[in-house]
Design a protein around this ligand. Structure first.
Ligand code: TXA
Ligand code: MG
Length: 358
């Protein structure tokens, strides 16, 4: 299949430039498009054949449900069997934006889209290209992140081309996405709202609107071997992974730098290339290896927008092993570390001043 690519200048685009992409969505075709979080791989959410094609293109397990994207709050009534008052409050305060709500689904939403569940995930993106495209298509748009299953989510059209060229009908290239991490997911089907995936919308922001909100227990354990089942099916898979194994090195900054430098020397002696995911504060301290800087330690916005691009970048360096500093010390630390831990398969090495390199 030939994948058409349409470039849109988000500073000054005419809606007519999106007409073909909108037509494609209405016709059951697959169109990747930018949102404020990451690129989505869209298809008509009510067309089971189109939704099934999303799973095939991504190589995604069919029990991992898709988020349904809307351009108008009124869609909630059609997609959800019951719309709790909390959903309207959240919509009023935080939509359009990087927030996904889980609600009981209506009869109309096919189970192919919800991965067999009786609930549906709904999000109204704020990105102007996404919003115009959804509205013009006249359909609700099921869209997972536009990456191959298991790979880091895509924050640039180049990443989408890398993963999905030849497998989908069209890519709308609107440049780099603003936030760089996927939406916060909050489940409103239980008594207390539960955060299933942390994101740019923090627990504090949700609590301000909802009063009480909790994290899904599966997010609080640092080990995938714990017998707690993630309520967002997608959270149980190894994810965001670069090709080489990734280790998070925790400890005092000077100990972390010393450990990684020693490991790079040892790896080089064994003929292995070391990738290092560093911050502005430390990147000049590394003596060997391929050093990528994701931003200042306290600047969560910059780190979030650079993270997936950086993880993908290591693949091109031929790195055999990657070490990352902890990136928790900023307001988006919970969301960033959630992705980094998954990318690392939860491998953390705690170092102190006496640590030997393993
Ligand atoms: O920012 C985002 O949310 C991006 C953009 C494209 O909007 N989309 C995205 O979709 O990240 P995806 O498919 O990569 O992640 C959706 C997550 C998965 O972990 C999935 O299991 C969960 O949402 N999910 C979807 N429907 C659900 C449901 N009914 N109940 C629980 N979790 C659900
Ligand atoms: Mg995804």
């Amino acid at each position: 299949m030939k994948t058409e690519i349409i470039k849109i200048d988000r500073e000054r685009f005419e809606e007519s430039e999106l007409a073909k992409a909108a037509e494609y969505l209405k016709d059951g075709k697959l169109v990747a498009f930018p949102t404020e979080t990451v690129y989505g791989l869209g298809a008509n959410a009510f067309d089971t054949t189109a939704a099934a094609r999303i799973y095939a293109a991504k190589g995604r397990p069919s029990d991992n449900p898709l988020i349904v994207h809307i351009a108008d709050v009124n869609a909630l009534g059609e997609l959800a069997g019951e719309v709790p008052e909390t959903a309207y409050r959240l919509a009023e305060a935080l939509w359009p934006g990087p927030l996904t709500m889980i609600l009981k689904k209506s009869e109309k939403v096919p189970k192919t889209t919800t991965g067999g569940l009786d609930t549906v995930a709904v999000r109204m993106p704020s990105d102007e290209i996404a919003s115009a495209l959804i509205r013009m298509s006249g359909v609700y748009v099921a869209a997972p992140s536009a990456n191959l299953s298991g790979r880091p989510s895509t924050t640039k059209a180049e990443h989408v081309i890398e993963d999905l060229n030849g497998k989908i009908d069209m890519i709308v290239d609107g440049g780099a996405t603003e936030i760089g991490l996927e939406s916060t997911i909050v489940d409103l089907t239980g008594e207390v709202p539960l955060i299933l995936r942390p994101g740019y919308i923090t627990a504090e922001m949700l609590a301000e609107v909802l009063g009480e909100v909790r994290f899904d227990e599966a997010l609080l354990t640092h080990s995938p071997s714990e017998p707690i089942v993630a309520r967002a099916p997608g959270m149980k898979y190894r994810h965001y992974a670069p090709k080489a194994p990734l280790y998070i090195i925790e400890g005092k900054s000077e100990d972390v730098v010393r450990y990684i430098n020693a490991a790079a020397v040892k790896n080089a002696a064994e003929g292995k290339i070391t990738g290092i995911l560093a911050t502005e504060e430390t990147s000049h301290l590394y003596k060997g290896g391929m050093v990528f800087c994701v931003g200042e330690r306290e600047d969560g916005n910059t780190i979030a927008s650079a993270l997936f691009d950086t993880l993908r970048g290591f693949d091109e360096t031929g790195a055999n092993v990657i070490y990352s500093e902890s990136l928790a010390d900023n307001p988006l630390g919970t969301a960033i570390m959630n992705r980094l831990l998954k990318a690392a398969g939860y491998h953390i090495i705690h170092v102190n001043s006496k640590e030997e390199v393993i």
